[in-house]
Each structure stands twice: as C-alpha cells, then as structure tokens.
Design a protein around this ligand. Structure first.
Ligand code: ADP
Ligand code: ZN
Length: 761
C-alpha cells in the first residue's frame, strides 16, 4: 500500500557541450514508464543497434536512478530529437520481440492512469496478463518435438537445462508448447533455442482450431424471435452501430425481460461486419449456463475468467489479437481484451460492484469500457434490472440513453413479493432463522414439486461470539468480530486470514459462558435440514465452494432438480435462470441496510430485486418472501413493489442533500500505519495542507475528514480516511497531481487514493 510515495525523479545532469547537443538532435529517444505510482515518463537514448527494433508497447531494460540499477520499464512512445541540457542514459535491452499491446490500447492505459490517479506503468503492469509478459515474442503457437533418430541423450553431454528439456520431449507423446516446456523444465527459453540450433528439437507451427478456445462445443441454437420491446431495443442499438458512432445505451430491463437475447442479436450484426464484441459479466455469472448461451450462437467465443492458467491466458490473448475470436466473454479485466476490430462492448449486470478493481489501478470497467467505446466510435450497452444511480443520472442528464424493457418475456408476471414482519414471529423469538410464514411457504413450494432459493448474505455459522461482560471475541489484528465456522470448528476473521479455536472463556475478561449470536449460512443450513429432513439441500457460499468447479456443479444439480433447496450468499442471487424455482426467501433484509456506507440502501434494493428475479421464470408462478424487522423501511417497500423509479427518486433526493455521488465526484484517501497516533496526526496534517492548496487554487472541492475508517484497524494497521468531493472530477485529479509531490508523507504511513470508491469501509 505504498502507491503514493514519491520517488526522487530526475537526477540533475551536467550541461552538455555544443557538439553533444548537435549529436543529440537526430537521436531516437524512447519514452519509458515504470511500475510505480504517479510517475513521470523518462527518456532514454535508443542505441543504433536497437533503432529498427524498438516499438511502443515493448518492455525494455534501462539503468534507473542514482545507482543505475537495471530496471524493467515499458516503452510507451518514441521520438526523434534530443533533449537540450539533459544528458540521457541509454536503453540497455529490448525484452519483447513484438509490442505487448497496440497503440490504441496504450493510449487507453494512459487515460486510465490519469483518470484513476495511478502510474502509467502500474496500469500496464496490471493490464497485460503475466502469461503474456512471460512469453511475449511467440506470436504463432510453436510446438516442439524431439528430432527423429537422436543418439542416446546421455551421450550428447548437454548442459543440465537443455538435457531436461530434451528429456521431456523424448518422454512426451505429443509436441509441447514453449510455455509448457519452460514451466515443466523450470528454465527460460534459451535452452530451447540452443537445442533448436543444434537440430535436436524440431519446431512445428500449428494452427489450432478455434474450437480449442471454444472448449466444449455447445449444441447450436437458433436466435429467438424477439418480442416487441426487445425488437425496439435492438433497433435502437443497431441504429447506433450503423451510424458508427459512440453512445452508451442503458438497457434497463426487469429480471427475465430477455436482455441477453438482445445483446446476442446485436453482436450478430457486429460479427457480420467482420468485427468483434466484448461482453463483460460479473465473475460469479461466468457459469456454464451463461457460457453455453453464447457458444450455442457463435462459432468462436473466448471466455476469460480468473481461473485461467497463465499460459491459457496467453493463448487466449493471442487468439483474440489475431481476430479469430468473435466474442470475448469475461469478467472485469476482459475490457482490455486485445480484439483488433472492436464493434461493441456489453456490460451485463452493470450495477455489480465487482466491476471496480480494488487494487491499483482502481479502475471501474464500466468507465474504461465507456472510454474505449468512445475512442473506437462504437456503442456501449449497459444491461441491468437495477441501474446504479451513477448510470441512471447520466441518462437523466441526456449523456447516455435509457431503453426500458418493462415486461418479462412471454408475459410472465414479476413475482409477488411479501414483506414478512418478523418482530413478533414466534419462531424468530425462539431464535430460529426461518419465521412461521417462511417455513410454511417452503413447505408449500416443496409439496408442489417446486424448488426454493434462500438468501442470507453472511457466511459461517454465527457472526458473533458474545460475552455478557464485554464486547465479545474480536480479531487480534482487526476491529472485526470473529465468525464461528462450525464446519471447521474455528473462529474466523472475515477481513483477514486470522483463525483460532473457539475459547472456553472470553479472551478479554476471562468470563465463561460465551454465546453465539446471529445466523450465517451454516446455521441456516442446519435449521433447514432439521425442519425439512426429506428435502435435498445445498449450501453455496465461498466456504462450501472452495473447490474449483464446485459452483458450476451445484448449479447443474440444481438445474437437474437433484436439489430442492439452494441456500447461500450473494453467489445465488446473481443472474441464475431456473424455470422451476417457485420460492425465493430473503432471510434477513436488514443487515445490509444498516451498513455505514453511502450505498447501503442502494445495495439492499439491488440485492432484493435481483434475488426476487430468480423466481417465476418458467411456466410456474413464483413468490418471494422478505423477512425484516423494519417492514416500513422505504427501500424494502420499493424493492417489494418492483418500483425502481420510486426507489431512484427517493435515493437521489438524499444523495443530493448529502452532495454525494452521483451528484458529485468522489475520491477517498486512506492512510494507514501501525501506530494510531502517527496516522491520525499525519491525516490531519495532510488534510490541512490539502485544504490550503484547494483554497489557494480556488477549486470547487470539499474535503470531508479525516476520520477513523469504519474498520479502524485492519490487518494490524490503523486506518484513517478522508474524502474529496467535487462537481468536476477533473478538479480532484488536478489538485492531487499537484499536491502529492509536495506533501512529504511520513515514512511510517502508507497512503492510497481511490477514485469513485465503491467500498467505503
Ligand atoms: P434477463 O437477462 O433480462 O434477466 P434473459 O435474457 O436471461 O433475461 O431471458 C430470460 C429467459 O427468457 C431466458 O431463458 C431466455 O432464453 C428467454 N427469452 C429471452 N427472449 C425471449 C423471447 N423473445 N422469446 C422467448 N423466450 C425468450
Ligand atoms: Zn482480522
């Protein structure tokens, strides 16, 4: 977390003699950036031997800093001409044979660095997959095999690495890729090169059929016949496409209104132009079902998810760059997919917070997509049943356009949602999680052969181990109470990795008689098993879904109706489309609502709407029960009535009063240190200086804070934060760039800035 620390930039250079200046004038200069925060662009002389080889987008090795230590950087531009008065160092090595990304992607990364206040080199480091960096230069996929009729390997007296490589190939039935070889032999590429020169191994260029990116080949499906709302939406999109211009279109369609079908048919048009499309979905929605939907319609679909190995990622990257892939479907970082002729970007579930990256560079995929689409003159489609207020406001201001799908396909009704007041529920009073109405509803649904989804956004068995005398058992490193996980018999901190055995007595005041308070998914599961012994039950949360593929497997079983009741966290709330689900239960609508977060209300609304949308998607009617202790809470009422517009009006009014997003841009600055006094004093000093600078520059920026962060202590560090808000995002950007080099942050303190934060803890 030391992004904001400023390096000592240029070393002062002695004046040059006239002849040196003369010679400098036709020199080729490479502009280089490093993986460092808020850094400048550095210039290096390109020696003649590299003159024909250097290209922007390649990595280079250069001497850097006073010690001239050899440092890896990215060449971002080249130009001819010297820099009078500066004696430049020379570039030492070019690391890639080909640029790792195109000029337009380079430009986009520069924009991201500016917009999200990070170093350009940091953005490049994060955008280019590790596998691509490691194996850059291998454009075609080359496979190696051992040469025929080699003498016995031990008689060749090879150096050990070469021996290892050749041995692998001799033992392998199939030719191997370079990356497989280097990984298996634990070596770099040079032993492979040497063996090739000696003709001991033979390269084979292979063209692998596009189906190898396609994975399993899905059964082909015809496009569906769109209903009138869908067709109208499609026509709007096609119009923008045909006019080759950029516009962001918010496809605001209730759950089950057939948004995906609209994307698919828009993509069909894009492909007919010989162009490609990128579809971003939340990682959690990258289920076989989603993937199948695209594979059933297009010949060549690449899926980018976080479980890809480095070499698979590299392989996909190359296939995409070659133009062989028609549609790229992936999570957040797929917005950087190097498609050569992008025709359309779609972001499904636009409201999902996972589109924001939580580490440097803290970009939001929606904003990057918008910028990429703007530069390429193509449409961006944002699809959701519950737009973020940021997106909604842009449509209200006429910057983006909203297209509404009011109806579910085939006139299916939205499910009726009942708010269940559990304040006097006899079961809840006996500390059950399922109240009387919920219990009955589950019984009825099961009896009729339907399936149910029960949503509780808390994993573990019980979130609090309560001591009657003091506050209970908290994490030694964080200000967070420890959650009891019954399956592992451990107390776990959900903010860091800390775990411990459950103590007999309170560790603080040494009193016996600790009590478990509150319900997580594990406790809910125990209750459901107990109450419905005949039902087949599965729990889905990040604890039960640790094994890769288990998420997909449970969903498949649920689809096949091998499971009657699926209970779990957010994981089950998103984008699932199961026709036989007739009951959705929200076990606790309140915990989300009372988080100390600007968007707590908005998130509660999203979640209830999304979970509710999982039912009534087939021929059978569905219903939704929402248990709450606050039945009159407007947010819950709006969600129950499927009243997005009412919710938006209500929430926007409050945001306006608070001068909060979406009316103002916001940046959050977090400082942390092991010593609370130091971080507190430093936060105050920084805020004071910043306020002075803002005042001096007469800028319309408010500074709110500093204050202890809602989680004051996290992983041993004390955290303070403050916020900058302004009607103009640019103002924050400018003042921060001016300010950071002058502030001289104390060495014990780390600082980060998060532009448009979505996480305010
Ligand atoms: P959304 O993304 O808006 O929630 P989906 O695209 O998942 O909705 O569509 C919901 C279901 O309706 C899917 O099973 C889909 O195949 C089906 N569907 C979509 N459009 C049509 C249509 N025009 N006619 C019949 N079924 C449709
Ligand atoms: Zn912790």
């Amino acid at each position: 977390m030391s992004e904001a620390r400023q390096p000592g930039l240029f070393d002062d250079q002695p004046d040059l003699s006239p002849w040196e200046i003369e010679a400098a004038n036709d020199q080729l200069i490479a502009e280089v950036v490093f993986n460092r925060p808020l850094d400048t662009v550095y210039r290096y002389i390109v020696p003649d031997e590299f003159r024909e080889l250097i290209q922007p987008g390649q990595r280079v090795r250069v001497p850097f800093g006073r010690g001239n230590s050899s440092t890896l950087g990215f060449c971002v531009r080249t130009h001819v001409g010297g820099t009078p008065g500066k004696r430049l160092k020379s570039l030492a090595e070019i690391c890639d044979r080909e640029p790792l990304l195109s000029q337009s992607m380079l430009d986009l990364t520069e924009w991201i660095a500016g917009r999200y206040l990070s170093g350009w080199g940091q953005v490049l480091e994060s955008v280019i997959p590790a596998g691509v960096k490691r194996q850059a230069g291998t454009r075609e996929i080359v496979f190696y095999r051992a040469a025929d009729s080699l003498p016995d390997i031990d008689t060749l007296k090879l150096p050990s690495k070469q021996h290892a490589v050749l041995n692998l190939l001799l033992q392998s039935d199939d030719p191997m890729r370079v990356d497989e070889l280097t990984a298996a032999a634990g070596c770099g590429v040079s032993p492979i090169d040497s063996l090739k020169k000696k003709n001991f191994i033979i390269p084979e260029r292979r063209r692998v059929s596009t189906h190898s990116i396609g994975g399993e080949i899905a059964t082909r499906q015809e496009d569906l016949k769109l209903n009138s709302e869908q067709s109208a939406a499609l026509q709007e999109i096609l119009k923008v496409l045909r006019e080759s211009r950029h516009e962001t279109l918010l496809l605001h369609g209730v759950t089950g209104s057939g948004k995906t079908e609209v994307y698919i048919q828009a993509i069909r048009e894009v492909i007919s132009y010989g162009r490609q499309a990128i579809v971003l979905v939340p990682e959690i929605s990258l289920t076989p079902q989603t993937i199948r939907r695209f594979r059933a319609r297009f010949d060549s679909v690449a899926v980018l998810h976080s479980h890809l190995s480095d070499s698979d990622r590299h392989w996909h990257w190359q296939q995409i760059a070659s133009g062989d892939v028609q549609v790229v479907v992936g999570a957040r970082s797929a917005v950087f997919a190097p498609v050569p002729h992008l025709g359309l970007i779609v972001i499904d579930e636009e409201h999902e917070t996972t589109f924001k990256q939580q580490s440097v560079p803290r970009y939001h995929a929606r904003e990057v997509a918008r910028e990429r689409a703007r530069r390429d003159n193509i449409p961006l489609i944002l699809g959701t049943a519950t737009p973020t207020l940021e997106t909604l406001k842009r449509t209200m201001d006429g910057e983006d356009r909203r297209i509404v799908l009011k109806e579910r396909v085939e006139q299916r009704p939205l499910p009726p949602v009942s708010i269940v007041d559990i304040r006097n529920d006899p079961f809840i009073q006996r500390r059950h999680s399922l109240g009387r109405a919920m219990t009955n509803a589950i019984q009825v649904a099961l009896k009729a052969g339907g399936q149910g989804i029960l949503f509780l956004n808390l994993r573990g068995y019980s979130p609090v181990l309560w001591c009657g005398k003091c506050k209970g058992v908290t994490c030694p490193d964080c200000d967070v109470s420890l959650t009891w996980h019954k399956d592992r018999s451990r107390l776990v901190c959900h903010s860091c990795d800390f775990e411990m055995e459950s103590p007999e007595r309170c560790p603080t005041c040494h009193q016996p008689g600790l009590r478990l308070i509150g319900t997580g998914t594990q406790r809910l599961e125990a209750e459901v098993i107990n109450k419905f012994p005949a039902a087949r039950i599965a729990r889905m949360d990040s604890d039960s879904m640790r094994k890769p593929g288990s998420h997909d497997e449970v969903l498949e079983r649920f689809r096949e109706h091998e499971i009657d009741l699926l209970l779990g966290t957010q994981m089950i709330a998103k984008g699932l489309d199961f026709p036989n689900v007739t009951l959705v239960g929200v076990i606790d609508a309140d915990t989300l609502l009372y988080q100390p977060d600007l968007r707590a209300g908005e998130r509660t609304f999203h979640l209830i709407s999304q979970v509710a949308g999982r039912t009534g998607r087939g021929d059978k009617q569905g219903r939704v029960l929402v248990q709450t202790l606050n039945p009159d809470e407007p947010i819950i009422q709006f969600a129950a009535h499927h009243d997005f517009d009412g919710f938006a009006k209500y929430e926007l009014k409050q945001r306006k009063v608070m001068q909060a997003p979406p009316f103002q841009s916001m940046a959050r600055v977090i400082l942390r240190a092991l010593d609370e006094r130091i971080v507190q004093a430093e936060s105050q000093r920084i805020c004071q200086l910043l306020r002075e600078r803002i005042q001096a520059g007469n800028r319309p920026i408010r500074v709110l804070g500093p204050a202890p962060a809602p989680i004051l202590r996290l992983r041993k560090y004390f955290r303070y934060h403050f916020q900058l808000t302004s009607p103009e995002q640019q103002q924050i950007e400018e003042v921060w760039r001016e300010f950071v080099p002058t502030m001289k942050l104390a060495a014990e303190v780390d600082m980060v800035i998060d532009m448009d934060p979505v996480d305010l803890r």
